[in-house]
Write a protein that binds this ligand. Structure first.
Ligand SMILES: Nc1ncnc2c1ncn2[C@@H]1O[C@H](COP(=O)(O)OP(=O)(O)O)[C@@H](O)[C@H]1O
Ligand SMILES: O=C(O)C1=C[C@@H](OP(=O)(O)O)[C@@H](O)[C@H](O)C1
Length: 307
């Protein structure tokens, strides 16, 4: 049962703590252009517009589309009204400044978010897409679309994991032919080397979150939509943590293939937080942009040396 509903969206659009000081500071070698801009130019006014939302029932993912017939069409990341929507002034400035710093060096390359399930790839990905003016795409949603709208859990049940992985690889292959997408990949996309061939066409960002924090998040929403966690017995937190630990053991090396790593523990330490639970999506997005900037600086200086 599909339904379209109009959602309003705002820039920069992410929920979080409204207190100032959420942004991370760093000296930027790429920031001369941005520094010339007046501060008010860096802050885009709140914009409101509507997008179509295709709403799945039965634990399926929501796919946000301008044109519901094709997931690859351009659309901007919406902020659900039901989520508390608030990005601090400092976070907004930091997001816009960082974006302007890296844009010329990014050259429209796609950004692939990788990480364990529940690490925030979708949530942070939408913030990044919005601020970069990129389209957002969830590879799981593309797989679901390619199997007539069956949910990931249904696809695992009906056809098995290998079938799902083939569809996932196909989705990544198609995305690798495109520019200006932020892609939230499935947590297991990293295990196939062929997927890295596709993701290395863009820049991959590993969201490295402590497993206990992941288990807490997943326990809060339940494990029903995540088939690889569903089989365990026990309470939601314990079964999520047990399964996440064994999956992480199998995958940690594969995550290291990512172009950059965003360590939630490092962000918390920088900000003086005692744990990672209070980190807002905007704060994480800022750190992702900072790590991307470091990589681009390195890439740029290597290219200069070779020239
Ligand atoms: N920074 C954050 N703070 C609090 N909750 C978050 C944060 N990022 C994600 N979440 C929540 O955690 C759950 C998993 O996030 P999601 O973005 O879907 O992860 P992934 O795409 O990696 O599986 C969702 O319920 C989401 O609302
Ligand atoms: O870790 C995994 O193997 C999986 C993660 C899920 O995506 P999210 O990481 O978006 O939850 C989804 O692709 C599928 O359930 C398998």
């Amino acid at each position: 049962m599909d339904a379209k509903v109009a959602l309003s969206m705002q820039l920069p659009g992410a929920w979080g703590v409204c207190a100032g000081g959420g942004g991370l500071s760093s000296a930027s070698m790429l920031s001369s252009r941005a520094k010339k801009k007046k501060k008010e130019e860096l802050l885009m006014p709140a914009m409101r517009f509507s997008v179509a939302r295709r709403k799945w029932s039965g634990g399926r993912r929501s796919v946000f589309l301008v044109d519901v017939s094709c997931s690859y069409n351009e659309y901007q990341a919406p902020t659900l009204k039901s989520e508390k929507s608030c990005t601090s002034f400092d976070e907004s400035v930091a997001l816009k400044t960082k974006t302007q710093d890296i844009e010329p060096y990014l050259r429209g390359r796609c950004i692939y978010l990788v990480g364990m399930m529940g690490s925030g790839k979708t949530t942070v990905g939408k913030v990044l897409a919005q601020v970069l003016g990129y389209s957002f795409c969830d590879s799981d949603a593309l797989v679901e679309e390619s199997v007539d709208g069956a949910s990931v859990a249904e696809i695992f049940n009906l056809y098995g994991e290998c079938f799902f992985r083939d569809k996932e690889t196909e989705a990544l292959r198609e995305l690798s032919l495109r520019n200006r997408f932020v892609v939230s990949t499935g947590g297991g996309a990293v295990i196939r080397p062929i997927n890295w061939k596709y993701m290395h066409k863009g820049i991959s960002v590993w969201l490295d979150v402590p497993l206990e924090a992941l288990a807490q998040r997943i326990a809060a929403v339940g494990t029903n939509s995540r088939p690889l966690l569903h089989e365990e017995t026990g309470d939601e937190y314990t079964k999520a943590l047990r399964r996440l630990s064994s999956l992480f053991e199998e995958r940690s090396e594969a995550y290291e293939n990512a172009t950059v790593k965003v360590s939630f523990e490092n962000i918390a330490a920088k900000l003086g937080h005692k744990d990672v639970l209070g980190l807002t999506p905007a704060t994480i997005a800022i750190e992702a942009l900072e790590q991307i900037e470091n990589f681009l600086e390195h890439e740029d200086s290597e290219a200069r040396m070779e020239a």
